[in-house]
Ligand binder design. Structure first.
Ligand SMILES: *[C@@H]1O[C@H](CO)[C@@H](O)[C@H](O)[C@H]1NC(C)=O
Ligand SMILES: *[C@@H]1O[C@H](CO)[C@@H](O)[C@H](O)[C@H]1NC(C)=O
Ligand SMILES: *[C@@H]1O[C@H](CO)[C@@H](O)[C@H](O)[C@H]1NC(C)=O
Ligand SMILES: *[C@@H]1O[C@H](CO)[C@@H](O)[C@H](O)[C@H]1NC(C)=O
Ligand SMILES: *[C@@H]1O[C@H](CO)[C@@H](O)[C@H](O)[C@H]1NC(C)=O
Ligand SMILES: *[C@@H]1O[C@H](CO)[C@@H](O)[C@H](O)[C@H]1NC(C)=O
Ligand SMILES: [Zn+2]
Length: 662
């Protein structure tokens, strides 16, 4: 057990308790240390330190005046003498920086537009590392007698490498309830017993991870991807940095990610990134970018390309070997980003594929970029069942305004990524992340059918990946982890007679169509329909998506919307539309004309559903699988993968000057 830092609580009991409004997440009082209290580190992991001293004019704190320019910062290994950080890391004293920022204390202050101004003094120590496992105490001394203490833990992690490859599947937003629902839709059961299992059901180890962020109990995908890939929790919108109070989105204290450490510790190892999202989106971006703002899309694509953080003398990991996904808009020349990234990637030696045929024909011995359309990849349901929805999209990845044709899915991209990584890095091994992004994206718009289709595609991809690794002779050397970054409050509570619902006019009469308990019946998705014969081994998807008795599905928090429980054959749902102003969303009548109105439970400015609190499942198979059983924190996924890949560096044997003390 590590001690809790009580300093802040004792000195400033009246502040920092605001919940939705915080001066600065992770900063307990007027002195801030990043990495903050309770941060964990992989031995030898590079990170920056940011110190801030605050001096608010108005706020609960009484202190007025200049922030302390003479603060001191010391570090000690537990049981040893505290020494100045400059001596501890053998680095020069950084320059003092000054800025100011303002914030609202609460909703009343925001309504009254009464911001509190804070003057700041700050210093940043760049690219340091702690090599020796154990507990450390970092102390910021300021305003004479005041201090902020951060307790840090360098985890004692075995250094022996146990897996050649790690494949991490991220079902964005995926919960156990969604997996249960997907199974119900795609697997036939007789008298309460399933005749077939999902690929996930066959994994030997199942765990639970807690997804909370640094300063809020609900996370976003930037924050949670950061935790999964770096072992550090941060705040909403941040990618691989702790967020300081300065305006610059690129000066925040960084920490090293699994892609960077993998290349540094195992020169010649491969890194692959696959996503069904636009590639500048948070879950893929967190393997390359370091910024407080996930919306810095050009920085994200630049970070994939450059694979370096030239500022602050960070390591050069040289970018991924494989980058497959969507979001062509961030690769094409535009006003915001005058670079033609396709050309730049090609110049760096990447093959560039803009469709599935080209993807499959791309040489396996070269780095590979594949960008298949503008925006997020159209969903499995649209690509495979309601293909009319592929038309009139003007989403060709060449930016010509034509429709993208010949789209690959998650499975095509993942299997090709494995071919390339294995061909190029068969000896040194690889780390691959493959994201099923639209489980989350379709949950947000309450389109449960599309979301579950994406989940089934993920399951089919996992199944095909295991087969592929077996064929390549790599299965026993590969750790496969399938997890999520957060959940949505989704579940199924029965079934709905969609014909009865449609046949009635009155909203309350329509609701009599909902059957619970004994009236929920059996899954109607597995019988009849065009795909009825798909029930052997191999891919499992529903035989039909539009049965009369549909699942009665929903989430715990939603905007105003209408519900008829029918699959949306004309494309993804838009549950709510703005009425009058963009902060007032009401039900979209056209979204479910035959349905009934459901009044929202979210703030009226929310157009979509939101992430929820639930722990999410972790499936593991392969070397180190036993590490993933039980209930643990999101960051433990990183530490377990890093352990399995032998990434811990307790010697500083790859250092370039800035060493931790030993
Ligand atoms: C902040 O700094 C400005 C000068 O830049 C000064 O006028 C103001 O009083 C300061 N406020 C606090 C709270 O330090
Ligand atoms: C600070 O708060 C005091 C008391 O609430 C108020 O009179 C004053 O105008 C505030 N100053 C600023 C700069 O907001
Ligand atoms: C805050 O900083 C800006 C420059 O970043 C400066 O122009 C402004 O005067 C400062 N405000 C105060 C109250 O010190
Ligand atoms: C990548 O390198 C180019 C050329 O050196 C530079 O202009 C760009 O800012 C860099 N991008 C990032 C994200 O570092
Ligand atoms: C796919 O890409 C290849 C290579 O650029 C191109 O020759 C082919 O015409 C494309 N196919 C379609 C259907 O767009
Ligand atoms: C929805 O809310 C409105 C008030 O905003 C109310 O008049 C209406 O009865 C509610 N409808 C349902 C179905 O709850
Ligand atoms: Zn989301």
């Amino acid at each position: 057990m590590r001690p809790l830092s009580l300093t802040g609580v004792a000195l400033f009991a009246s502040c920092a308790v605001a919940q939705t409004y915080q001066r600065l997440g992770g900063c307990p009082d007027l002195g801030c240390i990043f990495p903050p209290d309770q941060a964990d580190f992989l031995p030898g992991q590079y990170f920056d330190i940011r110190l801030e001293v605050h001096s608010p004019v108005n706020g609960s704190e009484a202190r007025v005046g200049e922030p302390d320019p003479n603060f001191k910062f010391t570090i000690s290994k537990k049981g040893k003498r505290a020494v100045p950080a400059t001596k501890f890391f053998d680095i020069k004293e950084p320059e003092l920086e000054r800025w100011n920022f303002s914030w609202y204390e609460d909703l009343f202050a925001e309504d009254a537009d009464k911001a509190s101004l804070v003057n700041v003094t700050s210093k940043a120590y760049r690219r340091v590392a702690l090599y020796e496992p154990g507990e450390y105490e970092a102390t910021l001394h300021y305003y004479g007698k005041e201090k902020t203490v951060a307790n840090w833990l360098v985890r004692d992690i075995p250094k022996k490498r146990r897996a050649k490859n790690v494949i991490l599947f991220v079902g964005d937003g995926m919960t156990t309830t969604m997996i249960t629902a997907a199974r119900l839709l795609a697997h036939r059961s007789i008298n309460g017993k399933y005749m077939t299992k999902m690929a996930l059901d066959k994994f030997p180890v199942l765990g639970h991870q807690m997804t909370h962020s640094l300063d809020t109990f609900i996370t976003d995908s930037a924050n949670s991807a950061t935790a999964l890939y770096s072992g550090h929790k941060t705040v909403v919108n941040a990618l691989n940095v702790y967020v300081d109070s300065s305006e610059d989105p690129f000066d925040d204290p960084k920490f090293e990610t699994i892609s960077e450490i993998m290349r540094r510790r195992h020169p010649g190892a491969g890194v692959g990134i696959v996503s069904t999202a636009f590639l500048a989106d948070a879950t893929p971006a967190a393997l390359a970018a370091h910024t407080s703002n996930r919306g810095e899309y050009d920085h994200v694509i630049g970070a994939y390309l450059n694979g370096t953080l030239s500022d602050f003398d960070w390591t050069k990991w040289d970018g991924p070997d494989v980058l497959f996904g969507a979001g062509a808009e961030n690769f094409l020349t535009s006003e915001d980003a005058p670079r033609d990234y396709y050309k730049l990637f090609a110049e760096k030696g990447y093959s560039v594929s803009l469709n599935k045929t080209a993807l499959q024909a791309a040489p396996n011995d070269r780095r590979a970029l594949g960008v298949f359309q503008i925006s997020n990849l159209l969903t499995w349901l649209d690509r495979n069942v309601y293909q009319n929805n592929l038309k009139n999209q003007a989403n060709h990845p060449d930016g010509s305004g034509r429709d993208a044709e010949d789209l690959p899915g998650l499975k095509d991209m993942t299997l090709k990524a494995i071919d390339v990584l294995n061909a190029r890095h068969g000896k040194e091994g690889f780390f691959l992340m493959a994201e099923a992004a639209s489980i989350d994206k379709q949950m947000h718009v309450l389109d449960y059918d599309r979301s579950l289709g994406e989940l089934l595609e993920l399951d089919d991809t996992v199944r095909a990946t295991i087969e592929k690794l077996e064929a390549l002779g790599e299965l026993e050397d590969t750790l496969i982890v399938v997890t999520a970054d957060h959940g949505h409050g989704f579940d199924v509570t029965g079934s709905v007679d969609t014909e009865y619902l449609e046949a009635h006019e009155d909203d309350r009469d329509k609701r009599r169509a909902i059957g619970n308990y004994e009236k929920s019946g059996k899954s109607q998705y597995t019988v009849g329909g065009a795909n009825a014969l798909r029930y052997s081994e191999g891919a499992h998807f529903p035989a039909r998506w539009d049965p009369r008795y549909a699942i009665h599905a929903g989430t715990v928090a939603f905007p105003d919307h209408r519900e008829n429980y029918k699959v949306h054959k004309e494309g993804a749902r838009t549950p709510a539309v703005p009425a009058g102003s963009s902060d007032n969303y009401v039900a979209n009548y056209k979204d479910a004309v035959t349905g009934f109105l459901v009044n929202g439970t979210l703030a009226p400015d929310q157009a979509q559903g939101v992430h929820s609190l639930t722990d999410v499942p972790v499936y593991a198979r392969g070397p180190c699988q036993e590490l993933f059983g039980g209930t643990y924190n999101s960051i433990d996924i990183f530490y377990h993968m890093a352990e399995c890949l032998g990434l811990a560096d307790t010697q500083g044997d790859h250092h370039h000057g800035n060493n931790g003390h030993h």
